[in-house]
Design a protein around this ligand. Structure first.
Ligand code: NAD
Length: 253
């Protein structure tokens, strides 16, 4: 059964990894898709894949850390499809590893600007539209690292803790206005982000991360997409202000 038939779904960072898996799943469930991402060599190929599932899909070149670009992206989505039913604030980067005392201001700001300020920028403009409509669903991509620390990733950990705080607070603020706001906390998922971080190519690091998960494996992007569809559709109609862990048991330890 299609769970998002004719709904409009806005997805940041939807050209790759988890965001693309969520876009494909939402398109399979009948949704119109607006992908907001930075244009790259892979843009056309990813958009073709999504359009195969549902031709009603558009790409918007957008850096989520730039307030005005996010505003324009949300407005473009609404003017194209006539509204905004679901937003997935997923765009994110891993950042360069460093201990807090060794971290440069630039390393810190690069991650905070995308992973935390980017989510605020999106929520601000999405909520403006959803308040007008008196309905909508927001899903933020947090992380298990929004719950616990991780050495050499203070920027990422702080940003993801912030995303959970934003989710809880907006969940409270809009609970009585027909707008639900939840987050997903994935464990380590095999995507280009982990490859870029060097977690896949070094066998010892890879095994160490696998061993941190009681299920002894990385998650799949499709397993996060299944959780996204649940939070995006009416199956989760009594859920707001929460962060759902999809992590192979990581946080149960
Ligand atoms: N892979 C994991 O293990 C994992 C675990 C927990 C949480 N997450 C989170 O999931 C989300 C997606 O990660 P992924 O693993 O699929 O990574 P990915 O690198 O495969 O995809 C990230 C996408 O975000 C886009 N993006 C990056 N910066 C952007 C910006 N400033 N503006 C617009 N788009 C931008 C990229 O172009 C890319 O398409 C991130 O928020 C990440 O922190 C990932």
């Amino acid at each position: 059964m299609k769970k998002l038939e004719n709904k409009t779904v806005f997805i940041t960072g939807g050209l790759s990894g988890i965001g693309k898996a969520c876009a494909l799943a939402a398109a399979q469930h009948g949704a119109n898709i607006a992908i907001a991402d930075r244009k790259s060599g892979d843009t056309d190929k990813a958009m073709e894949e999504i359009k195969k599932e549902n031709p009603k899909a558009i790409f918007i070149d957008c850096d989520v850390s730039v307030f005005a670009q996010v505003q324009a992206a949300v407005e473009k989505t609404v003017s194209t499809f006539g509204g905004l039913d679901v937003a997935l604030n997923n765009a994110g980067i891993g950042g360069e590893p460093a201990k807090v005392g060794d971290m440069t201001e630039l390393q810190w700001l690069n991650v905070i600007n995308v992973n935390l300020n980017g989510v605020f920028n999106c929520m601000k403009h999405e909520l403006t539209q959803m308040t007008k409509q008196k309905k909508g669903v927001i899903v933020n991509m947090a992380s298990i690292l929004g719950r616990v620390g991780f050495a050499t990733s203070a920027h990422y950990v702080a940003a993801k803790h912030g995303v959970i705080g934003l989710t809880q607070t907006a969940g409270l603020e809009y609970a009585a206005e027909g707008i639900r706001v939840n987050a997903i906390c994935p464990g380590f998922i095999d995507t280009p982000l982990l490859t870029k971080a060097g977690f896949i190519s070094h066998p010892e690091i890879k095994q160490h991360i696998v061993d941190m998960h009681p299920m002894k494996r990385f998650g799949k992007d499709s397993e996060i997409a299944n959780g996204f569809i649940f939070l995006a559709c009416d199956d989760s109609s009594f859920m707001t202000g929460t962060a759902v862990e999809i992590d192979g048991g990581f946080l149960a330890q």
